[in-house]
Design a protein around this ligand. Structure first.
Ligand SMILES: Cc1ncc(COP(=O)(O)O)c(C=O)c1O
Length: 348
């Protein structure tokens, strides 16, 4: 089994990190004259806890994970970037993922000048498992698997992910941004079994707190310690930590909203299926539906004209004529269906 540091660049392992004032003195009382803050202002004048201890302890209880195995990012997007920067060396290492999938893996790889290899999904959006497993090389320091996948909405088969974890000599990041809408268990349960597994989740979807930018990474505690060395010291602001803690104190609201979204998802699917220009709706375990139309661009433009905004995915791999539609509130979904009815009757 590979040691945890060997997944990372030697420069990161050897790095002497910036030591913040709050690293050196961990208390909250006393005369805090160590961080050049303003003692004459009484709200948010202090730097936040760089390791978000209270929040992590609550997340740990919620997700049944040791708080030491949790890393929090300024959105999952920060975690994606930190992993690429800390594991992949330019001109040497590469990344592997599926296509289509969440676009930030590709963007973040490009920003860091790391090539990303893509294995196309089959036309029905299932994984070409043989092609993917054969594509895995030692140079792939990171593999991203998004399940339920964005933009398709489908779950990626567990046995396949197991094979990827076993075959890969790098880190496998399972992105579970939409897991709470799915009828499946989280990969978090497997962290003890696979030292190269990282599970990402977020406050942006089911938790309903996209505005506070709170991404969660669950991983081996040694990985957390390494990411802590390279993250901006105060990457999660105090108000955001507080809002996240409040949200976790009110999880029953989150649970109820998930149940409502799932009900709306079924209703929206049933309503969309009745349209003669809807060719196919892909199975979805997420809070969106990928819908193939006969005339996606006409529908897309028509919806914008009626102030209903959906996501044009027509240029993505295997997504010809496809729009991705988020499951909204009952009123928003009703407006969408009304708008589609009007567009269809005016194009006849
Ligand atoms: C699969 C997936 N992962 C991560 C994210 C981003 O999460 P965050 O808002 O925590 O940066 C998204 C956002 O759409 C997503 O679809």
């Amino acid at each position: 089994m590979k040691s945890i540091p060997s997944f990372f660049k030697p420069s990161v392992i050897n790095l002497i990190p910036y030591s913040s004032a709050r690293d050196e003195y961990k208390g909250t009382d006393g005369s805090l004259l160590d961080a050049n803050e303003n003692a004459f202002i009484y709200q948010y004048n202090r730097y936040p806890d760089p390791y978000q201890k209270e929040l992590k302890s609550m997340i740990g209880k919620w997700r049944d994970v040791d708080p030491e195995c949790i890393f929090l990012g300024n959105g999952s997007d920060e975690i994606i970037d930190l992993f690429i920067r800390s594991t992949c060396s330019k001109d040497v290492d590469r990344i592997l993922t599926l296509d289509p999938t969440y676009g930030m893996y590709k963007v973040s790889a490009s920003v860091n000048e790391i090539p990303i290899d893509l294995v196309n999904l089959n036309p029905d959006m299932s994984v070409n498992e043989k092609a993917f497993l054969e594509a895995i090389e030692d140079a792939h320091k990171l593999i991203f698997i998004c399940t339920p996948n964005n933009p398709t909405g489908g779950l990626i088969d567990e046995t396949f992910i197991e094979k990827v974890l076993e075959r890969s000599t790098g880190i496998v990041i399972v992105d579970e941004a939409y897991i709470d809408f799915a009828e499946t268990s989280s990969w978090v349960d497997q962290l003890d079994k696979y030292s190269n597994l990282v599970v990402m989740q977020t406050f942006s979807k089911a938790v309903g707190a996209a505005g506070i930018r709170m991404g969660m990474g669950f991983m081996h505690r040694e990985m957390v310690a390494i990411l802590n060395k390279i993250k901006p010291p105060y990457n999660i602001s105090s108000p955001n930590q507080e809002i996240a803690i409040e949200r976790l104190k009110n999880l029953e609201i989150v649970e109820k909203s998930i149940a409502r979204i799932k009900r709306q998802r079924a209703q929206l699917r049933a309503s969309l299926e009745r349209f003669e220009n809807v060719v196919h709706i892909f199975p979805s375990e997420a809070n969106f539906l990928l819908v193939r139309f006969k005339n996606a661009l006409e529908v897309f433009e028509g919806l914008i004209a009626k102030k209903v905004i959906v996501r044009d995915r027509t240029t993505q791999m295997n997504c010809e004529n496809c729009l991705r539609i988020t499951v909204g509130s009952a009123i928003e979904n009703w407006k969408l269906i009304n708008a589609l009815t009007e567009i269809n009757s005016s194009s006849k």
